[in-house]
Design a protein around this ligand. Structure first.
Ligand code: HPA
Length: 272
């Protein structure tokens, strides 16, 4: 079966199960951000196993279900659980899920993740809007893509107007929202201190193992992108606390409240 056929079947199934809900915004939840799923009112929950071409996430903190419903009055499609490049060595792991969101009608995709901070003053629990990224993996989710659409322009990939609105919304709600460059390392191992020093020289403010391939796929599919990183730790070598996935999950869960409040306010004012 072709990818396009999978996407068409997914859209038919999701429209049937949700009674024809037309989401305007897609949201992908990162590690530890599961509580945001509680904000979807009257959700229709569809397990990834019922959808075609959706990879089952194999990492703790990532459920595998798609939620359709409303957040603060805006119809959304939320992916509760993502797959990563490091799980099967495929940068296009999220190709069908992202394209399904676009085919459902989402005009924007909000990506969330847990990240390590390269700035000592931006510590665990901080939230950062991504303003640009650096891929340190050398791979693309668009390898092998037919047609010339694959030559995606990545200038302003993180939509400047959405970023400005995120900052305004944060300010209006008394939240500090940092702004910076996210560097994508392949994982699943954490970085070495030397890699972190190198990433800092290159201009990165945060590091993580996700988000970049989804941003590329979303831009290719014509969606606007906004992305939020929850800082769960200072990056390798910056302090004496050992890095672990448990720490990522527990700090992200504690900071999830801020992201939740920010997204509720952000989606409430979603442009008509
Ligand atoms: N590095 C990579 N990914 C991460 C980190 C980190 O320090 N923290 C949370 N996700």
């Amino acid at each position: 079966m072709t990818i396009n056929h999978d996407i068409t079947r997914n859209v038919d199934l999701l429209e049937a199960r949700s009674g024809g809900l037309k989401p305007r915004v897609g949201i992908i939840l990162g590690s530890g951000l599961g509580p945001l799923a509680e904000d979807v009112a009257d959700p229709t929950a569809v397990p990834y196993g019922d959808l075609h071409g959706f990879p089952m996430p194999g990492v703790g903190g990532h459920a595998g279900r798609l939620l359709l419903g409303n957040i603060a009055g805006t119809p959304v499609a939320m992916l509760h659980g993502r797959s990563h490049y490091y799980e099967a060595g495929r940068a296009d792991a999220m190709k069908v899920p992202v394209r399904t969101l676009a085919a459902l009608g989402c005009e924007a995709l909000i990506l969330t993740n847990a990240a390590g901070s390269l700035r000592a003053e931006v510590g665990p629990g901080s939230v950062m809007a991504i303003n640009d990224h650096i891929s340190l993996t050398g791979v693309s989710p668009l390898f092998g893509e037919p047609g010339d659409g694959k030559f995606v322009n990545m200038v302003d990939a993180y939509d400047p107007a959405l970023r400005a609105r995120l900052q305004e919304t944060a300010k209006a709600n008394g939240l500090t929202l940092h702004d910076g460059v996210y560097a994508w390392f392949c994982g699943p191992h954490f970085e070495t201190p030397a890699e972190i020093r190198a990433a800092r020289v290159l201009g990165a403010d945060a590091v993580g193992m996700s988000t970049v391939p989804e941003c590329i796929l979303a831009r290719h599919a014509g969606m606007k992108v906004a992305a939020l990183s929850i800082v769960t730790n200072l990056a390798a070598g910056m302090d004496d606390i050992g890095l672990s996935h448990d720490q990522t999950l527990s700090v992200a869960a504690r900071a999830a409240g801020d992201v939740r409040n920010l997204l509720l306010a952000f989606l409430k004012d979603w442009p008509a």
